[in-house]
Write a protein that binds this ligand. Structure first.
Ligand SMILES: C[S@@+](CC[C@H](N)C(=O)[O-])C[C@H]1O[C@@H](n2cnc3c(N)ncnc32)[C@H](O)[C@@H]1O
Length: 278
């Protein structure tokens, strides 16, 4: 299958939400000297050229990262600085994917495992992480299986990002099953699961699976450009976080209304919920 190419979507409103949450968690993990592991089950290409044939086709980044400036968003300083550092000047030409965002936070004691199945994205990912002296290892393997093989990590502290393309409907079940198994192996890890809202009923089902599970301390952050609709395509996207960084909920509660107004105007919506208590 593998027809999904993230280059078309890099830097869009969904990436912005996902990467803001990822930066918050990584920053939190860096507060302690003790090593942590980063596992990215669907890592993508690492870096995206926004003005390439792919990036330029849909120009989704224009209604995403391109709308956020450091002057207006001091609270997003870390995230925006990483994007800035991926560009050689003030112009927005490149957008860093989750592995390069994580790379920014990795200290000598930390390690990362990145999974990517698409051959050309894998090549790009490998080249963008080659200078990490073995701290980041890339696998051209299935990330769902890879994750379960890595847990529990030796470090006993980890951030796991699960960001599949949901090309096959089965992925909605697979994400829950995998997270449930991962949690049984390693219940103290921090997990972030990205999801698109294409059909609301699918997300309601996913949400209920989490609510009815044995997993504790689950929060959800969602941002939509328009209301739910039966029209084709993604109207919103969200991130479900297990064992979130301390204070994430409060920071997101302040951030999401402002982000929603900037990226979606009056048609937008956001959700900020505690799905399961600590
Ligand atoms: C949404 S993109 C990842 C974006 C990346 N996490 C980021 O935030 O920059 C999903 C990626 O998963 C890859 N992929 C699809 N199925 C996979 C699987 N079973 N295991 C690993 N990678 C997979 C796709 O080729 C695609 O590059």
């Amino acid at each position: 299958l593998l027809s999904y190419r993230h280059a078309y979507h890099a830097g869009n409103f969904a990436d912005v939400l996902k990467h803001i949450v990822a930066v918050d968690i990584l920053e939190y993990l860096c507060k302690k000297q003790k090593a942590f592991s980063y596992i990215d089950t669907h890592a993508g290409a690492g870096l995206y050229h926004l003005r390439s044939e792919h990036g330029q086709k849909l120009e989704e980044y224009r209604n995403g990262i391109a709308k956020l400036t450091l002057t207006d968003w001091p609270e997003l300083k870390s995230y925006l600085s990483i994007v800035r550092q991926s560009n050689s000047n003030d112009e927005l030409t490149f957008y860093p994917g989750s592995p390069l965002i994580a790379k920014h936070f990795l200290r000598p004691q930390d390690k990362a495992w990145l999974y990517e199945l698409h051959p050309s994205d894998f090549t790009s990912l490998s080249s963008h992480t080659a200078d990490t002296h073995g701290r980041m290892t890339c696998f051209k393997e299935d990330g769902f299986k890879g994750l379960l093989a890595q847990l529990p990590p030796l470090s006993r502290r980890a951030f796991v990002l699960i960001d599949p393309p949901y090309e096959i409907k089965h992925d909605y079940e697979k994400v829950f099953d995998t997270l449930n198994k991962a949690y049984q192996k390693f219940s103290t890890g921090c997990y972030a699961l990205w999801y698109p809202v294409v059909q609301r009923s699918t997300i309601d089902r996913l949400e209920n699976q989490f609510r009815n599970s044995k997993i504790r301390d689950i929060q959800r952050f969602e941002l939509g450009l328009s209301g739910d609709s039966e029209a084709r395509g993604m109207s919103a996207s969200g991130v479900i976080v297990i064992n979130p960084s301390w204070g994430l909920y409060n920071r997101m509660s302040t951030l999401l209304p402002k982000l929603c107004q900037t990226l979606a105007g009056d048609n937008g919506h956001f959700r900020c919920d505690i799905l399961v208590d600590e």
